[in-house]
Design a protein around this ligand. Structure first.
Ligand SMILES: [Ca+2]
Ligand SMILES: [Ca+2]
Length: 474
């Protein structure tokens, strides 16, 4: 009896050891994803049935910032010499000791031909940057290392100049505000890799007391050849229009003074936002459509990079479990790779599920990080946009807004309107004027020459062409 029991227990121990070794063997040879542990198919299929599992967080990075206001006016200063001459200089500091000045608002400043504003950094005596023109006629963007900047007005020989300083905007890069450190990461590890897709930019949104880092991408709907920028609605809440911009070819971030500093690209890779439409409600719609302006070379981002994607309007069951990918400017808080922080990275994975009723969302399992809001979710076979990334979740899946939401399409339609363009080349010029003149006096409904839609081509239509003459539409 005793012997039998001992035999039995030794058989049990043997079996347990055998199973244990098999498990170890399995664990050592089969990757985590295939095992269905944290990221495999079973887990994703389970997630698909609990779309409201863990809480969702808008996927952006916010840094505290502020304005310091001035009322500085040099009046008109002339340079009567034959050499360029420094006519005025002043040192301006952020109102927060740890703030870094980034923007000067110089409304009313006039630079004579050949004159310029030179900025210096007290922390880097060898550095300076000259500006011969102002962004939108009144703004300078720059980056210094400390909390102050030296502003110099340099007059060309024989020139007449005036410097007016209205405000300084500063940012505190030492205290980012962002969701939990694992929000957006699927499968336990961050598998994103650096990328350089030309149609995806970084959206730097200036607000009165903070700045947001998000992403934005160039796309169009199949029915119209009009390229706009798309982003998440929450990125644009309280945005200051003239100071908010989209940046492409973003350089690696830099570790400086104990903080990871996101660097601005050269000015030819920076574009203003002319106007936008957006909607954001917590737990509801979350999208933005923007019309980009031109860079220092007079080009729109689509003209400069020639890259865009098509918005997919057929969103449904057939997409579930499809391979998908993303390019976004998400944060990177792994301390040894500050250079990847808020720069473009690529991730791939799968579409998990979609919401058939409002809010129109699509869930996906691809690594993203705060700053990815507004980046494109792309279906990998056709490379069309099936979502605008909006939220991360701890443990995934992450959330995007569906591009077939009628509100998004109608905002696109509205922002794309090009009044005065008769021949559809998205420029209002003499060809359009000629078309209207050729049809002058004709009675016609729905003809392109009847720009105001009153059923007759007459001086009302000519007036529209005249008012809009020279407009280049997006
Ligand atoms: Ca035209
Ligand atoms: Ca008419």
């Amino acid at each position: 009896m005793r012997k039998v029991r001992s035999n039995e227990s030794s058989r049990k121990v043997g079996l347990i050891l055998y199973l244990l070794s098999l498990t170890l063997l399995y664990l050592s040879f089969v990757p985590a994803e295939a095992r269905g542990e944290s990221c495999g198919e079973d887990r994703h299929k389970a997630l698909a049935h609990t779309p409201n599992g863990s809480s969702r967080t808008p996927c952006m990075v916010t840094y505290p910032s502020g304005f310091r206001y001035y009322n500085i006016d040099t009046g008109y200063l002339e340079n009567t010499d034959t050499e360029p001459k420094r006519l005025f200089d002043i040192t301006l500091s952020a109102s927060d000791e740890r703030g870094t000045p980034e923007i000067l608002v110089l409304t009313g400043t006039e630079l004579g031909s050949g004159s310029f504003i030179r900025l210096r950094d007290p922390k880097r005596p060898e550095w300076h940057k000259d500006f011969h023109r102002l962004w939108e006629g009144r703004v300078l963007f720059f980056q210094v290392h400390g909390n102050s900047v030296i502003v110099e007005l340099w007059g060309a020989p024989g020139s007449r100049n005036r410097l007016r300083i209205e405000a300084l905007h500063w940012v505190r890069y030492d205290s980012p505000i962002q969701p939990a450190s694992d929000c957006g990461i699927c499968c336990g590890s961050d598998d994103r890799i650096p990328s350089s897709a030309g149609f995806v930019g970084r959206l730097k949104v200036v607000r009165s007391n903070s700045i947001n880092f998000c992403s934005a991408f160039l796309a169009h709907y199949g029915f119209q050849d009009c390229t706009l920028l798309f982003t998440a609605g929450h990125c644009l809440v309280d945005a200051v229009p003239v100071l908010t911009r989209v940046q492409f070819n973003v350089p690696p971030s830099q570790w400086s003074g104990g903080q990871c500093l996101p660097l601005d690209p050269p000015e030819e890779h920076t574009f203003p936002i002319l106007r936008w439409q957006s909607r954001y409600e917590a737990g509801g719609p979350d999208w933005g459509v923007m019309v980009p302006g031109t860079n220092s070379e007079g080009l729109t981002p689509y003209q400069k990079y020639g890259d865009r994607r098509m918005m997919q309007t057929d969103i449904g069951e057939h997409l579930i479990w499809s391979p998908a990918h993303n390019f976004g400017y998400g944060a990177d808080d792994k301390p040894w790779q500050c250079e990847r922080h808020l720069t473009q990275q690529y991730g791939s994975g799968r579409i998990i599920t979609y919401s058939a009723s409002g809010p129109y969302t699509i869930d996906f399992a691809i690594d993203i990080r705060p700053g990815s809001s507004g980046s494109p979710l792309l279906e990998s076979h056709a490379s069309t946009v099936v979502g605008i990334v909006t939220h991360c979740r701890v443990g995934c899946p992450n959330i995007a807004h569906r591009p077939d939401d009628w509100d998004v399409i109608s905002a696109y339609w509205d922002l794309c309107r090009c009044p005065g363009d008769v021949n559809g080349d998205r420029v209002v010029d003499d060809a359009d004027m000629l078309s209207v003149l050729m049809m002058f006096g004709e009675s016609c409904w729905f003809c392109p020459e009847d720009l105001n839609g009153d059923g007759i081509v007459d001086d009302g239509d000519i007036l529209i062409v005249l008012v809009k003459f020279g407009t280049v539409c997006p």
